[in-house]
Design a protein around this ligand. Structure first.
Ligand code: CMP
Length: 154
């Protein structure tokens, strides 16, 4: 089933110059980039995005870290995209994430864990709307679609 999901490449990924490598992994998997932009997230939008973490001991540090520099916001599309991207990202804590996953390969931290990825189809819809206007999302076909999906999967 075709889904869209939101990825935030966090300030550690930007500073450590690994955004290209991370985006390459998504592209190589067959996921389609349908939206992408750089934004310096502010306290208001982070308060909304991380509202379910308000009051937790790591909340203030997380928001401060997320405002360190601009982040890259990416919308990815593909069959089962939400689950696929979560699996590619790996476990939240970089030190616990399996090698071969993005966090497993590029992070040792709970906070500086390279990326955020929507955790369900419902939250993906909400998060994409939070960060992207309709005219910032693009419908197009990747030329290799026939080599990514069988006819009945497209
Ligand atoms: P993210 O997917 O951006 O969603 C919430 C973030 O909170 C999570 O990734 C982690 O970076 C961060 N986080 C979760 N638990 C902790 C923790 N115990 N200490 C520090 N950061 C945390």
């Amino acid at each position: 089933m075709k889904e869209r999901t939101l990825v935030i490449l966090k300030p550690d990924a930007v500073n450590r110059t690994i955004v290209g490598e991370i985006i390459h992994r998504f592209e190589a998997k067959g996921l389609k980039i349908t939206g992408m932009k750089m934004t310096h997230l502010d306290e208001d939008i982070l308060g909304e995005h991380y509202s379910h973490h308000k009051g937790k001991p790591f909340y203030k540090g997380l928001v401060k870290f997320m405002m360190h520099c601009p982040s890259l916001l990416v919308v990815l599309e593909g069959n089962h995209a939400v689950d696929v991207v979560r699996k590619l990202a790996g476990e939240t804590h970089g030190a616990k994430a399996a090698p071969g996953t993005i966090r497993g390969d590029y992070s040792l931290s709970n906070q500086c864990n390279a990326l955020h990825a929507s955790d369900s189809i419902e939250s993906a819809k909400i998060e994409i709307k939070r960060f992207f206007r309709d005219n910032e999302l693009f419908d197009y076909s990747r030329i290799d679609t026939e080599m990514i999906y069988a006819e009945d999967e497209r």
